[in-house]
Design a protein around this ligand. Structure first.
Ligand SMILES: [Zn+2]
Ligand SMILES: [Zn+2]
Length: 349
C-alpha cells in the first residue's frame, strides 16, 4: 500500500509500505477519509518543530482518520469487520488516570502514549492499524468525511464549548476562522447562539464563514476589533469568546471584547498572549479556560448530537484529493486559502 510521509521541508513523500496485520485488540481499517489539521502544518509539514506529544517520529502522517474495519484481530470486544469507525487520534496506555477519564490525549505513560500520524502510523495511507479502544462508532447518517473531522477538530471544539457553556443567550466571538473556527461557528449555531462574530485576516476564510452562515458578522483583524465587537453587542461585549487563532493580538481581543462575568476558551495552540489581569479579567469577573482535544466519551456524545442536529462537518471540506495527489492537499492547506482539506478514498472521493 502507499503511505504519505512528511520530511519537514514543505513536501510530501509517498512511499510503498507493507499492509499491517492486526494483533490482539487491534483492527485494520480501509481508510475512507483523512483530513489535514492545522497542527500538521504548524509542527510537521514546514519543519519538525513539535516536541513530546507533538514530536513527529517519521511515521505515516494524518491524525484525523475515518474508515471501515476490514480485519479484526483476536480479542476485539465491541467492533468487527464491516463497522464504520472514527479513530480518536491518540492511543493512550488505557490505565493511567487521564486514560481512565477518556482523555487519552493527556495520557501520562511515556512508553504507551502514541498519537496516530505523530508517533504511530496515521491515516494518510490505504490502510490503518488501530487499537479497538481508540474507535468511535460512526452512525449511518454521517459520512466518513464527517467522521474524519470529529476525530480532531469538531471533537476539540465541542469540548471547549462544553467548558464555557453556549446557549441561545450568548453572543459568541470567534478569533480565527480556519477549520477549527468554522467548526466553532457550526456548533455554536446548533447550541442556540444567534449572534456569532468572527475575526480573521484571510479573505477567503472570512467569506466562507459568511457563505456557510456560520458567522453573522465578520471583522478583519485589526486594532479596532475590541471596539467593533462592543458596538455590535450594545457596548457590552460578547458573553463567550473562543480563540482558534493562537495569535497574540487576537487572544487579547478575545479577552477584552468579552463582557463582565463572561467566559473565554483558548483552543489555538502555541504562541503567547499578554494581558493585564486586573482590568482585563479580575475586575470584570471573567474566566479563561484552556482546552486540549477531548475525551472518547464526549466524542461519542458529539457524534450522537451531530445526527440529531443534522449537522455535517463535511460541509466545511472545500477540497478533496486522492492519496496520489496528497502533496497538493498539504500545499493548499498550508496556503490557508481553503476550508478543510481532505484526502479521500473509494466512495468518499
Ligand atoms: Zn488535529
Ligand atoms: Zn494513559
Amino acid at each position: 500500500m502507499k503511505g504519505a510521509f512528511l520530511p519537514g521541508n514543505s513536501t510530501v513523500e509517498l512511499k510503498e509500505v507493507a499492509v499491517p496485520e492486526p494483533g490482539y485488540g487491534e483492527v485494520l481499517l480501509r481508510m475512507k477519509a483523512s483530513t489535514i489539521c492545522g497542527s500538521d502544518i504548524r509542527c510537521i509539514y514546514h519543519e519538525h518543530l513539535g516536541k513530546g506529544p507533538e514530536g513527529y517520529q517519521g511515521v505515516v502522517a494524518g491524525h484525523e482518520p475515518c474508515g471501515q474495519i476490514v480485519k479484526a484481530g483476536p480479542g476485539c470486544r465491541r467492533f468487527g469487520v464491516g463497522d464504520r469507525v472514527i479513530v480518536y487520534h491518540i492511543s493512550g496506555c488505557g490505565v493511567c488516570n487521564d486514560c481512565r477519564r477518556g482523555y487519552m490525549i493527556s495520557c501520562t505513560s511515556e512508553k504507551y502514549r502514541r498519537a496516530y500520524g505523530w508517533q504511530r502510523d496515521g491515516g494518510m495511507a490505504d490502510f490503518l492499524l488501530a487499537e479497538e479502544k481508540d474507535l468511535i462508532h460512526l452512525p449511518g447518517e454521517l459520512t466518513y468525511a464527517d467522521g474524519a473531522q470529529v476525530a480532531c477538530g469538531f471533537g476539540t471544539v465541542y469540548e471547549g464549548l462544553e467548558k464555557i457553556g453556549i446557549s441561545g443567550k450568548d453572543a459568541v466571538l470567534i478569533t480565527g476562522l480556519g477549520p477549527v473556527g468554522l467548526a466553532t461557528g457550526a456548533l455554536c449555531r446548533k447550541l442556540g447562539a444567534n449572534k456569532i462574530i468572527g475575526i480573521d485576516v484571510v479573505k477567503e476564510r472570512m467569506q466562507l464563514a459568511l457563505d456557510l452562515k456560520l458567522c453573522d458578522e465578520v471583522l478583519e483583524s485589526g486594532p479596532a476589533n475590541v471596539a467593533e465587537v462592543r458596538s455590535l453587542t450594545g457596548g457590552m461585549g460578547v458573553e463567550r469568546a473562543v480563540d482558534c487563532s493562537a495569535n497574540e493580538q487576537a487572544r487579547a481581543t478575545a479577552i477584552r471584547a468579552t463582557r463582565k462575568w463572561g467566559r473565554i476558551v483558548f483552543l489555538g495552540e502555541g504562541g503567547r498572549v499578554e494581558f493585564n489581569p486586573s482590568p482585563d479579567i479580575i475586575h470584570d469577573q471573567k474566566t479563561i479556560y484552556g482546552s486540549w482535544v477531548t475525551s472518547t466519551w464526549l466524542m461519542e456524545e458529539l457524534v450522537e448530537r451531530l445526527v440529531r442536529w443534522n449537522l455535517h462537518p463535511a460541509d466545511l471540506v472545500t477540497h478533496r484529493f486522492s492519496l496520489d495527489n496528497v502533496d497538493r492537499a498539504y500545499t493548499l492547506m498550508a496556503s490557508g486559502k481553503c476550508g478543510k482539506v481532505a484526502v479521500c478514498f473509494d466512495e468518499e472521493l
